[in-house]
Each structure stands twice: as structure tokens, then as C-alpha cells.
Design a protein around this ligand. Structure first.
Ligand code: COA
Length: 336
């Protein structure tokens, strides 16, 4: 039987980030505000994490509201209209329902309906996973413009008396519009997982345990084995960052910026040392006043860096995300 041939699907040769948008929680929460129930102090939190204040959202500000605000800014700055968006990818671990996705609602609210929309569950690596997918969609011809968002309201999943992670967490959303390019604007992503450390960071118990706990089990919230994650981040992620540079074919002295997931200032400093970053490379340190916003942390940190240093626009940035799974992703991008 002769097989009819299918139409060839071809996309753009390259992709790049056109523009970014940001939305942070409306409240500024100090270390003193949260230190009491965890028997901690402003001094301990500053020294061990670098966080001075964190942004959190008040009760009426939802994760969708923040995602939409960030997305609207990115779409406007990209100079496109929402109906041109062919896919909406929202990386998040704080959707308050298992289904439907945050992305479908965000797509509706920004005016991208009926674009395909779905959530990515890759915790603090989620934004880098989204960028990897957007890049491949555009180059395969599946999409022309893709909206990638990292959005979190982690304060909904933080227990005030948890001393393993709650004091790090913040709320916000960062968005990027990715589209076709006549030069390579996103390098091949280095990504992966290590499920042998599935228990190192995540929810303290399941929805079923909460349901069946007879009132003895609290609402599930985040917890971590801090030292396990810290050691993994410092040793394994520095290697991933170096592999991402190799895949991109650049050296660390050619970077304009280094934008790691904002997990802990000590981890950021250790990366900078291991990558031998020269002083000319700007290092994102948004954790100081935003806290750890998981999937939102890299786009938020990038947005701030570009606001404070507009001269970085057009330069190369190495971004690396890592977290619950454990999962990781890293790529070099041309800054919009
Ligand atoms: C959570 C984290 C800040 C803890 O810092 P740390 O230096 O590893 O702290 P340790 O667990 O070694 O504890 C050191 C001491 O501080 C105490 N401590 C722990 N948490 C504390 C807190 N929240 N406040 C005050 N003291 C605390 C411990 O009891 C311990 O006291 P001891 O020396 O008297 O025994 C750090 O491990 C971290 O950032 N981990 C990685 C986070 C990360 O990347 N997560 C990724 C997912 S987003």
C-alpha cells in the first residue's frame, strides 16, 4: 500500500526571549516577623540564607493574579498581542487544586484562549524546564510565540512553625515571551532528575494522609532536609552549570550575568566561586528582598537585574534551577 506523505513541520531556526514581566507579593515580611514560632532570629536567617525580607501575597492576591500581572507586562514589552501566543506554560507547585491547571485560567485571563495551556511540576527548576520546551516548540514549528511563567504563592504551603524551609519562602510570578530569532538566543538545556532524593524536599504529607488523619494531620506544607539539599546543590549543580556553559560553547568570562535559583545566598556564592566568575559578571541576588519563590525565582531575579542594570540587555546569562524531585535545568540565554 502506498503511504501518503504528511506535511513537513518546520519551525524557526532559532528562538530567543523577547521580554520579561514580574509581579511580587504585596507584603514585605521581615525576619523578625517570622522568627518567633521557629525560635530563630534576624541574625541567624541573614547569616545562613542572605534573606533580609521576603515578599508575600495578602489573602486576596492569588497566584493567578500574580501570574497574569507578570504575563501582561511581558506580552506588552514583547510588542505582540495575546492572540499571537501559541502555548501557555505555567511552572508552579502552588496551584491550589490538582486540576484544572493554572495555565488554562491564565491563558483565558491574558487573552491567549484557545492556545494550549498546561502546568509544569518541576519546582524550582520549573522555569528552566519551561524555557527548554518553548525553545523546542518554536524550532519544531509547533508554536511561534510561547508564554512561559513561573508563579508561586508558597505562603499557602508554609507552616509558621516549620524551621526547615518556611522562613525562606516568598510569593511572586515571573513571565517570559519566547519567539523566533535569527540568532541562537537559548542554548541547549542541560536538565535531569534524581528521584533517589525524592524525600529531600517536598510536602510533609499527602492529601490522603490529611483526609484520613482524623484531625491529627495538618494541611500539607513544604519541608526539607536542608543539609542534603544544600550539599547536592553546591556539588552537583555547579557541575550542571559548567555542562550548560559547554553545551552553549561559551566560557564563564563571556557571561554578562549569572542567574541561579534564589535558594540561599551561600549556595549562590559557592557557585560563583566554583565557576570562577570574574567581577565583570553580574550575579542575581534577588533572594535578599524577595525570598525563595521556587519556579518564579529565576524570571523575577532576571527582571530585577535588567531593571537595575539595563546595560546587560543583549548579553549572555547562565540560568540554573534546582529543587524538589530532585530536578534541575540550566541553559545560557541572550538577555532581552
Ligand atoms: C535550610 C538551611 C538554611 C539551613 O542552614 P544550615 O546551615 O544547613 O543549618 P543546619 O541544618 O546545619 O543547622 C545549623 C544550626 O542551626 C539550627 N537551625 C536550623 N534551622 C534553624 C532556623 N530556622 N532558625 C534558627 N536556627 C536553626 C540548627 O538547630 C543547628 O543548631 P546546632 O548547631 O546548635 O545543632 C540550609 O540548609 C539551606 O539553605 N539548604 C538548601 C535550601 C535549598 O536549596 N532548597 C532547595 C529547595 S528550593
Amino acid at each position: 500500500m502506498t503511504r501518503p506523505s504528511l506535511n513537513e513541520s518546520t519551525g524557526a531556526k532559532h528562538s530567543r526571549i523577547y521580554a520579561l514581566g514580574a509581579s511580587r507579593g504585596d507584603l514585605t515580611v521581615t525576619n523578625d516577623d517570622i522568627a518567633g514560632p521557629i525560635e530563630s532570629s534576624d541574625e541567624w536567617i541573614r547569616q545562613r540564607t542572605g534573606v533580609i525580607t521576603r515578599k508575600r501575597a495578602s489573602a486576596g492576591l492569588t497566584v493567578v493574579d500574580m501570574a497574569v500581572e507578570a504575563a501582561n507586562e511581558a506580552i506588552a514589552k514583547a510588542g505582540i498581542t495575546p492572540d499571537q501566543i501559541d502555548a501557555v506554560l505555567v511552572s508552579t507547585i502552588s496551584n491550589p487544586v490538582a486540576t484544572p491547571s493554572l495555565a488554562a485560567l491564565v491563558a483565558e485571563r491574558v487573552g491567549a484562549n484557545p492556545a494550549p495551556a498546561y502546568d509544569i511540576s518541576a519546582a524550582c527548576a520549573g522555569y528552566t524546564y519551561g524555557i527548554a520546551q518553548a525553545d523546542s516548540f518554536i524550532r519544531s514549528g509547533l508554536a511561534h510565540y510561547v508564554l512561559v511563567i513561573g508563579a508561586e504563592k508558597l505562603s499557602d504551603f508554609a507552616k509558621p512553625n516549620d524551621r526547615t524551609i518556611s522562613f525562606l519562602l516568598g510569593d511572586g510570578a515571573g513571565a517570559a515571551v519566547i519567539g523566533p530569532s535569527d540568532f541562537p538566543g537559548i542554548s541547549k538545556t542541560v536538565w535531569g532528575s534524581d528521584g533517589s532524593k525524592w524525600d529531600a524536599v517536598g510536602m510533609d504529607h499527602s492529601w490522603a494522609e490529611y483526609r484520613d488523619g482524623g484531625g491529627d494531620v495538618d494541611w500539607p506544607t513544604l519541608r526539607q532536609e536542608g543539609q542534603t539539599v544544600f550539599r547536592w546543590a553546591v556539588w552537583e549543580m555547579a557541575k550542571v552549570a559548567k555542562r550548560a556553559l559547554d553545551e552553549a560553547g561559551v566560557t564563564s568570562d563571556q557571561l554578562a550575568a549569572f542567574i541561579p535559583h534564589q535558594a540561599n545566598m551561600r549556595i549562590i556564592d559557592e557557585f560563583a566561586k566554583q565557576l570562577a566568575l570574574p567581577d565583570s559578571v553580574a550575579i542575581a541576588r534577588d533572594i535578599e528582598t524577595t525570598g525563595n519563590t521556587s519556579a518564579a525565582s529565576i524570571p523575577l531575579a532576571t527582571h530585577r537585574l535588567l531593571e537595575e542594570h539595563p546595560e546587560l540587555s543583549g548579553g549572555l546569562a547562565l540560568e540554573i534551577g534546582f529543587g524538589a524531585g530532585l530536578v534541575f535545568g540550566a541553559q545560557v540565554v541572550v538577555l532581552p
